[in-house]
Ligand binder design. Structure first.
Ligand SMILES: Cc1cc2nc3c(=O)[nH]c(=O)nc-3n(C[C@H](O)[C@H](O)[C@H](O)COP(=O)(O)OP(=O)(O)OC[C@H]3O[C@@H](n4cnc5c(N)ncnc54)[C@H](O)[C@@H]3O)c2cc1C
Length: 461
């Protein structure tokens, strides 16, 4: 296949970096939402250097062709799905860890480095990369920066943005810039690093990142428990989160999720009357015993049926198995499951639970509210029978009502997975018209011709 775009790219990049065969292009079409709108791209490019990324963007900018940056395509909102006639810019071959520096407490990495590989490389030097999305064995540094990914440890360590010191990015016209010095502190000018983090590829392409590393924490220990009611478990989580002993992970499963866990992991002992499950992990080097005692006391004070302790990381993983099985468990309940990602202020979690129960009984659907309870970031999931059109329609309606409920409670429709295309309709419910106008203005400054992931994240160009 030839076209001015493809001829130009072939003249600028190594032969194996430009892919046009439809069979090779097709797998790059979707992300893990598997339901986002997508089109047939013109070409897939696989650069290995920043200069090659710059050549691609210069060409696309000149020919006014859309560019879709892609990491591992583990995203859940369609932000990396293919677009009709676009250049798919696959950054996964830029996968080198360039430097790990204990004195500065940083890792300098290319965008295609997989998060689990970075975590392992840091650990080998007694250091710790804190961001830990559940997709860590697949998701890339570039993708997690562009989505400001969260995960299991945010209650203590924050989100990806908190670990980003400085970025090398390629702008839409092919200019290569570094956002700021990689110092731990620094307030010169506006904070464009933070602006690019979470921008879902609509402002710039990340080609190198300087990421903060921490001293390795102590071995994980945990308390997990079961409860008769969701309200009890949420109350226990609230007591722990508001207390002086901060867990590194505080996760929750509700009754629908536990039904699924009983199907996929029947060997896990769960009392018959348990409709909620909570785990609180500590990773402190000193005071772990006091942490565990205080977490267990909160569990008991809020009526836990069972309270179990894990004294080392292997035992923690065993306790955590129920949480890790969440997605297959929810699918096992009725065959189909929506993907939710809301966040509310923690104080509003009881109201979210009540509101979801009202939606559930009014629409006759089943809603699971499992997730990162320590951050107020739950993954409400409606389980449904995909072969039943009425059930599927009710699930979609419930999904929309849950988004609106979160916004009514001062929360957001996108805690950590992003907006992409799937949540575009909902953003006006939480961003004032003037704020949205400012954001479109920022997009136009970065990308006046609108070639970078157009229409995603903000809508419009
Ligand atoms: C099983 C599973 C578990 C998950 N768990 C979590 C979780 O715990 N927390 C969480 O936050 N998310 C989670 N996710 C969602 C997903 O893994 C994250 O959104 C992740 O950050 C995406 O990384 P990626 O490399 O796959 O990026 P992609 O999906 O390829 O891309 C995501 C976005 O980043 C942009 N992008 C990619 N690379 C670059 C770059 N170099 N420069 C500029 N833009 C770029 C893309 O254009 C797109 O907008 C999960 C997904 C799955 C399937």
């Amino acid at each position: 296949m030839t076209s001015p775009l493809i001829d130009r790219l072939r003249s600028l990049l190594p032969p194996d970096a430009v892919v046009t065969e439809p069979d090779a292009l097709a797998p790059g079409g979707q992300d893990m939402s598997r339901s986002a709108p997508s089109g047939v791209a013109a070409v897939l490019v696989r650069p290995r250097t920043t200069e090659q990324v710059a050549e691609v963007l210069r060409t696309a900018d000149e020919l006014q062709v859309p560019v879709v940056p892609q990491g591992a395509r583990s995203g859940l909102v369609g932000a990396a799905a293919a677009m009709e006639g676009a250049v798919l810019l696959d950054l996964s071959r830029m996968d080198r860890i360039l430097r790990i520096d204990a004195v500065d407490g940083v890792a300098v990495v290319q965008p295609g480095v997989v998060i689990a590989d970075l975590q392992r490389a840091a650990a080998a030097q007694g250091l710790f990369y804190a961001p830990d999305p559940a997709s860590a064995d697949r998701a890339t540094v570039g993708g997690t920066i562009a989505t400001n990914a969260g995960g299991m440890r945010c209650v203590k360590y924050g989100v990806t943005r908190d670990a980003v010191r400085s970025l090398e990015v390629v702008l839409a016209d092919g200019t290569v810039v570094r956002t700021r010095p990689a110092t731990a502190k620094g307030v010169a000018g506006l904070d464009l690093t933070s602006l690019i983090v979470g921008s879902e590829g609509v402002l710039a392409v990340v080609t190198e990142a300087t990421l903060a590393l921490l001293p390795a924490p102590g071995p994980s220990r945990a308390v997990a428990g079961t409860f008769r009611t969701v309200a009890d478990a949420i109350a226990a989580a609230g007591t722990i989160a508001a207390g002086p002993r901060l867990p590194s992970t505080l996760e929750f499963l509700d009754g629908v999720a536990l039904r699924g866990v009983r199907i996929v992991l029947p060997e896990i002992p769960l009392p018959a009357d348990a409709t909620a499950w909570l785990i609180a992990v500590t990773d402190v080097r000193e005071g772990a015993e006091e942490d565990l005692e205080s977490f267990a006391a909160a569990f008991r004070d809020h009526g836990a049926i069972t309270v179990a302790r894990a004294e080392d990381p292997h035992a923690v993983e065993d306790l955590f198995a129920a949480r890790r099985a969440l997605n297959p468990a929810l699918t096992a309940v009725r065959g189909g499951a929506t993907h939710g990602d809301l966040a509310v202020p923690r104080s509003q979690l009881p109201a979210l639970v009540e509101g979801a129960a009202e939606i559930q009984s009014r629409l006759g659907v089943e809603i699971s509210l499992a997730g990162h309870v320590g951050d107020g970031n739950l993954h409400p999931t409606i389980v449904f029978d995909p072969s039943d059109a009425a059930e599927a329609a009710a699930a979609r309606q419930a999904e929309g009502e849950l988004l609106a409920l979160a916004q009514t409670l001062g929360g957001t429709v996108a805690g950590e997975h992003g907006i992409g295309t799937l949540k575009l309709d909902a953003i006006a419910g939480e961003l004032a018209p003037r704020i949205l106008e400012l954001q479109h203005g920022v997009k136009a400054v970065f990308d006046p011709k609108g070639i970078l992931n157009p229409g995603r994240k903000l809508g419009g160009i």
